[in-house]
Design a protein around this ligand. Structure first.
Ligand code: PEP
Length: 256
């Protein structure tokens, strides 16, 4: 049976009190429904504690958008995995393109974080994706191959159950221009093959999300693709109605 994860990346939005309101509206909108997909919200660090208290007793999962690979030490301004673990985070997003671009995170640094997250027993959403230039130069598959090979270097096959991949073409993030369904299916199929090549057959259970300008309008055509197992939703995850409509779409696809 198909599994589906709908994950909201709130980015640098929402104060703690705003976060409580947003997550409460998601709880209210889902509480009378049979929710067959997983729902995850990733607020900023400063809101994780408030969100954790608000979702207590519900099925809404919460996680973080980044972490440091060391468990403690002199790294001013950074947040460690044990700190997030103690707050009950179930997932950590690693390698988002905004971190790669604005904070110069390369595949080697991302691999250190990947190994640290997995070693701590937390689930990982590893973001990969090509820039517009790389796509135009026909380098999409080469870039994804490198991001997978280096990003997952020295990951153990038994850790596959903790891994989620998010394919996020950089040119589709926050632009309102989503990739076309054919492009998405082609890339997801390639990613799944690469994961098995790098990690062995246990990797066939790794789910691959699509991210990049997903809205209530295009969610159906994306989520119903064979190798798409959910979405990483940025801007639309801040608008309860749209986020809930994407969740409803996922549920109706799973019920088919
Ligand atoms: C994201 O931040 O991961 C993302 C996909 O953003 P958006 O949905 O706004 O394109």
């Amino acid at each position: 049976m198909k599994k589906m994860l709908i994950a909201g990346n709130w980015k640098m939005n929402m104060t703690p009190s705003e976060s409580i309101n947003l997550v409460q509206s998601i709880i209210d909108g889902t509480k009378d429904k049979k929710i067959s997909c997983d729902i995850l919200v990733c607020p900023p660090f400063t809101s994780i504690d408030s969100v954790s208290r608000t979702v207590k007793g519900t099925n809404i999962l919460y996680g973080a958008q980044n972490c440091h690979f060391e468990s403690k030490g002199a790294y001013t301004g950074e947040i460690s995995i044990p700190m997030l673990k103690e707050l009950g985070c179930k997932y950590i997003i690693i390698g988002h393109s905004e971190r790669r671009t604005y904070f110069f995170e390369n595949d080697e640094l991302i691999n250190k974080k990947v190994k640290a997250v997995l070693g701590a027993g937390i689930n990982l959403i590893l973001c990969i994706g090509e820039t517009l230039r790389e796509r135009e130069e026909n380098r999409t598959f080469e870039v994804l191959k490198r991001q997978i090979e280096i990003g997952l270097n020295r990951v153990q096959p038994e850790q596959c159950i903790q891994i989620v991949i998010a394919y996020e073409p950089v040119w589709a993030i926050g632009t309102g221009i989503s990739a076309e369904p054919e492009q998405i299916q082609e890339v997801h199929s390639f990613i799944k093959t690469e994961l098995v090549r790098v990690l062995g057959k246990r990797a066939s259970s790794i789910i691959v999300l699509y991210g990049g300008s997903v809205t209530d309008e295009n969610a159906k055509s994306i989520l119903e693709l064979e190798d798409v197992h959910g979405g990483l939703i940025g801007g639309a995850s801040l608008k309860t109605d749209i986020f809930l409509s994407i969740v409803d779409t996922a549920i109706s696809i799973l019920e088919k």
